[in-house]
Design a protein around this ligand. Sequence first.
Ligand code: NAP
Ligand code: SF4
Length: 681
Amino acid sequence: MKPDYPHLFKPLDLGFTVLKNRALMGSMHTGLEEHKDGLKAMADYFAARARGGAGLMVTGGIAPNRQGWLTPFGAKLSTSSEAKKHRTVTEAVHAEDGKICMQILHAGRYAVHPFQVAPSPIKSVISPFKPWKMSRRLIRSTINDFAHSASLAREAGYDGIEIMGSEGYLINQFIAPRTNKRNDDWGGSFENRIRFPLEIMKKVREQAGHDFIVIYRLSMLDLVEDGSSWEEVEQLALAIEATGASMINTGIGWHEARIPTIATVVPRGAYGWVTKRLKDQIKIPLITTNRINSPEKAEQLLQDGFADMISMARPFLADPDFMAKARTGRSQEINTCIACNQACLDYIFNRKLASCMVNPMTLGLETQMPQKVKPGFSGKTQSAPIAVIGAGPAGLSAALELAKSGKEVHLFESSKEIGGQFNMAKQIPGKEEFHETLRYFTTMLEKHEVQIHLDTQVSAEWLLQKGYKEVVLATGVTPRIPAIEGIGHYKVLSYIDVLKYKKAVGKSVAIIGAGGIGFDVAAYLTTPESADDALEQYYAEWGIDPTYQNRGGLKKPEDENVPRKVWLLQRSKGKVGQGLGKTTGWAHRLTLKRRGVHMWSSVVYNKIDNKGLHITVNGESTILDVDNVIICAGQESLSKLYEPLTKAGVRVHLIGGAKKAGELDAVRAIREGYLTANAIE
Ligand code: NAP
Ligand code: SF4
């Protein structure tokens, strides 16, 4: 029978080695690189992805020397004793018939330590330190360090390496005129600026041998002022190919670029065109990347000749078995990465180990949690049925985990569909990926025979009458209604009225509460109504030029036709939106700013009447003459069943928003569901 994704599963012959399919698990820093016993955990992490069918994997970035560290005492590979320790990783991967490359990354001026170096002493916006200008001697020794690190990677058993030449790290800093102001052999002309990567590649090949995978990650679209021009990208690619690279991977956007390139607002496959531009010029395999999270999208890009291989990083965090499921006709069972960044990149940037919102097993728990589903187990146990009340993220997660371990699970939901707060999130333009999580749960609950009772409000009496002895309470939250005079006025709506019940909203709006939901509602209400093609809109809004007329691929962002005037308000002082995700909050703020949303802090709400919302800001009173006031003031827990059930001797497990509404987020909800289910015997 023809496989579902023939292009994705076509082996890739590199001459001296064959990759079993076209899926590359792209490099992603997880925090394990620097963690005590991190290499052991890394071994388990990569072994699981190898078992799950990834064609080739790349580790997070490892520095070739101390100056190249991302953070003080970051991961590096410059000695044989360090190489020896990496054997744990490579042996575990090879035992699963996988292949793995180690990424060599020199942070340059992106490093967060005072010994950082760069071609020119120009401080970046993302590090507090100004770099030291590299001497010619240091440049030479750094090239040697890259090559030495590559040969140590080989010694450690890696199948190859990836040279990180993009995202604005050291190599990229040499290539772009933005950061290279030298006037010696290593700066000035294009030929001089690309000397550094070319010398590295030649030396790496020389020292690591010809039967070793060498990927070069080339920044094909810098998305910063004074980045590379397309002609330069093309010439560099040809020169890299001539050094004996095995493959070229696509790099998109420097870390300092003010354009979201991987967040959920980025349409799927939005950057395939960049790789495609190079496709006819280069003979070695090209890898494309960014926001590719389904086998369908991967297959389509390969079939349409955009690239030879597809890089996916976060999708393998979300589901280690991505490829195995795609190969065996189970793509509906893939736990899709929704590009939220909430538990992966946001955790990393907060110096925590990466995890995944939709897959709490990832990393932290992967190696510690006992697996409830034993291989070969398929039936149901004889234990008493368990009721899970509430089919929001916490309840869904608990119900699925319980059912996987063979329990009879009844999931009760008062509304007509599963999903809880996710049903509102999926309405927000750019957050459509939440549909995928609901598709995943729907498929998996059915597979594991969870009995779902929709449109069913249960009482404590009824549960007792039915004889439930164990209940998971995931009844979620109810919107907080602040005590403001006139809160019952007809102009006042809750976010649920707007997002769920689609009540009409006027041309001017004040939003009370600037948390995640306030921002979402502001984005929802200011999205241009006539938004055409999502891709075109994304390029226009963020100033990305697919015709590549200017350096960096930038153009002036286009003004949007914003449908209404919005004020987004909070009582507390400081920047509005401070509590949003570290890696995505800036983009949300920028979007609203561009759409003319007034974001005000230190607001006192006085009253609401026919004239609008009366407020005082920094001692000055004013009236916002708005058509509607929308309440996004957080939530309160809904857990009315807890007391009567516990009093009656039922074992009740309170999870998610029902347990604690403050700081409720889906990461915690899904994780709590998972942990609670695994703790129930
Ligand atoms: P939230 O983030 O806690 O924000 C609630 C907002 O309401 C705050 O701005 C708060 O600011 C205000 N507020 C609280 N009590 C108030 C009162 N009595 N009167 C007036 N204003 C009041 O809650 P949320 O926006 O409902 O979001 C719920 C959860 O979902 C959060 O964990 C959030 O992070 C998550 N979420 C995340 C995203 C995302 O993009 N990452 C998107 C949606 C939701 P002041 O007290 O300063 O007024
Ligand atoms: Fe994807 Fe979100 Fe999981 Fe990160 S946390 S891997 S972005 S689903």
